[in-house]
Design a protein around this ligand. Sequence first.
Ligand SMILES: [Zn+2]
Ligand SMILES: [Zn+2]
Length: 160
Amino acid sequence: MESNLQESHLLESHLLEGDVMEANVSGSKLLGGCLCGAVKFALGSDFKAFYQCHCKQCQHVTGSAFASNIIAHKESIEWLSGTDDVEIYEHPTREFTKAFCRHCGSGVPFVNKSGTSLIVPAGSLFESPGIVPDANIFSSEQAAWLADGIKAKHFSGFPE
Ligand SMILES: [Zn+2]
Ligand SMILES: [Zn+2]
């Protein structure tokens, strides 16, 4: 499982540059990218699966409780900008990969080591993926504070 993880209006608002327009983005594709805007991509929405991974590696690499990863077909991505800005981290002993923008650190899609799938951090999409998670995986390693954290008081913005 771990290795698999290694596995409109929005359209208009993100089409800021001419080269993006020329990339032939169809309306059926989802747009995504990094926080600073260097990396942008379009993604077909025929997804294989959607997992929330609670393993220790995902906690470290996200700095949060879990990673939300959509498993997609390798050929479903069309890079629109910033491919030179993508850095890849490969864990030396485990089959674990992280791709990120070298300017802002945002997680971006990558092909898993076995080459079978495109792994898309769900939060890298500018719009809803249109699917919900299929499963929580590696829940045996779940962050000690997650369950209580979800139940904690909610504010619409910063705490009052
Ligand atoms: Zn960036
Ligand atoms: Zn994980």
